[in-house]
Design a protein around this ligand. Structure first.
Ligand code: AMP
Ligand code: GLY
Length: 425
């Protein structure tokens, strides 16, 4: 079977690595991919949102399945585009319909869905320009800190959590009146602040049944001790020690099962990954957000622990036969650290040659922002450059292996956090 992966980050490199091992794979394509994905398949320079070019690529190369990495193509309706064209409808899309993608692309849609299906989440109200005054009144009824979210996709920057009423008022004005977030901020959700510890839970679902993937914890802040600016993610750990059987049973019963009931009742066509961004408060899970894809850099710790042939699971999902499959998860722990360009997540330079990348079983380098220069050397090409993932008998041991590998890799002005896992291990 010929497969296309859409995306260009560490998540997609990990998927390419995993899918390249499948007995069912004939040829793997990645669009646009990075220097790492080209080790596992053929990179094609097409944007993941250029559906016409993707369709042509599929026809020309007899591609039968597209695995969608990032959210934008899903929010733009790639699944619908293929499903509604008779010459493309045989191509399976691993990723939901545009309707399903609204769980991520509209915070208000997700909150309404959770409320309707009794899924634990922070109390909220939503507002637009015409109800700006009401939004200010609502803020006054809330205790600090204030959680204000732009409704639409905002590349991870759409959530602000000011400590003071003045800060909240300013953020609200910027989103609703000053259009700082463009269309994404036309509506805002204001919600109750939940104080707890976060984790990421993933399922692969065919819309009715699902397999539960390993959970993970990611580290979003640039600085040690979870300080400084938010990034795309600086590291991850799987499993998460506090996500024990009792806790995960609550996740299944109170979150996953009612979510699947909701998908069916709302007639949402969903074949793909669903990422539950959860927070544990008093030993109970609450949903902070849904994402309709895998997380990055969680994928780098999650997928290497999955022992199944991933393509076999994708085919089962496509045929709505996931109930016939059981997930097999390695007993080993996985840790990931992300090497970033100095200056990231603010401005940074790229184009630096990267030295010292090696690959060993259980001690891997997944590429994120990399490409090749005219001398065919691997160079930095983004903020997050490399994800180093190790598997070992304990997360501590896995981290040690990650850091030992990181010491051998270098490029101009790189940075990585040296305290991944500090709060849970
Ligand atoms: P989101 O984009 O919705 O995942 O929000 C980004 C981050 O903001 C989350 O990972 C949390 O750290 C934080 N956050 C979002 N909503 C809440 C909330 N209701 N209470 C506390 N923190 C939150
Ligand atoms: N690591 C969080 C995300 O992928 O959104």
């Amino acid at each position: 079977m010929n497969i296309l992966i859409l995306g260009s980050g560490g998540r997609e490199c990990t998927l390419a690595w995993k899918i390249s091992k499948s007995k069912m794979l004939s040829q793997l394509f990645i669009a646009p991919g990075n220097a790492g994905t080209s080790e596992y398949g053929i990179n094609i320079t097409i944007k993941e949102t250029d559906f016409q070019a993707i369709a042509k690529l599929c026809k020309d190369n007899k591609i039968e399945m597209i695995v969608v990495g990032p959210e934008q193509a899903l929010a733009d309706g790639i699944q619908d585009y293929f499903a509604h064209d008779t010459s493309l409808a045989h191509i399976a899309i691993i990723g939901p319909s545009q309707h399903g993608a609204k769980l991520e692309s509209s915070k208000e849609f997700a909150k309404k869905f959770m409320k309707k299906y009794d899924i634990p989440t922070a109390a909220y109200q939503s507002f637009d320009k015409t109800t700006y005054k009401e939004a200010l009144e609502f803020l006054k009824t809330m205790p600090a800190p204030y959680v204000i979210k732009a409704d639409g996709l905002a590349a991870g920057k759409g959530v602000v959590i000011p400590d003071t009423y003045e800060g909240a008022e300013k953020a609200l004005k910027e989103m609703l009146l000053d259009d700082t977030f463009g269309k994404a901020g036309n509506r805002v959700v204001i919600e109750e602040f939940l104080d707890g510890i976060e984790l990421s839970v993933f399922i692969l679902t065919d819309g009715k049944d699902y397999v539960l993937l390993p959970e993970a914890k990611d580290y979003k802040r640039i600085g040690e001790g979870n300080t400084g600016l938010n990034t795309g993610g600086m590291g991850s750990i799987s499993p998460v020690p506090f996500a024990n059987k009792e806790f995960m049973n609550k996740v299944i019963q109170h979150i996953i099962e009612p979510t699947l009931v909701g998908l069916q009742k709302e007639k949402i066509d969903y074949c793909g990954f669903l990422f539950l961004g959860l927070i544990k408060v008093n030993n109970n899970p609450y949903v902070i957000e849904y994402n309709v894809r895998l997380g990055d850099p969680e994928t780098e710790s999650v997928i290497p622990r999955v022992e199944n042939d991933l393509l076999e699971l994708f085919i089962a999902a496509k045929n709505k036969k996931l109930h016939q499959h059981q997930i097999r998860i390695s007993n080993k722990a996985a840790s990931t650290i992300v090497m970033v360009s100095g200056g990231y997540p603010e401005s940074f330079q790229k184009g630096f040659v990267i030295h010292g990348i090696t690959q060993e079983t259980d001690n891997m380098v997944f590429h994120a922002g990399t490409s090749r220069n005219e001398n065919n050397e691997i160079i930095s090409a983004g903020g997050r450059v490399l994800a180093i993932t190790s598997l070992a008998n304990s997360p501590q041991e896995a981290l040690k292996k990650c850091y030992a590998k990181a010491e051998k890799i270098s490029f101009n002005n790189f940075h990585y956090r040296k305290d991944i896992g500090f709060d849970i291990l």
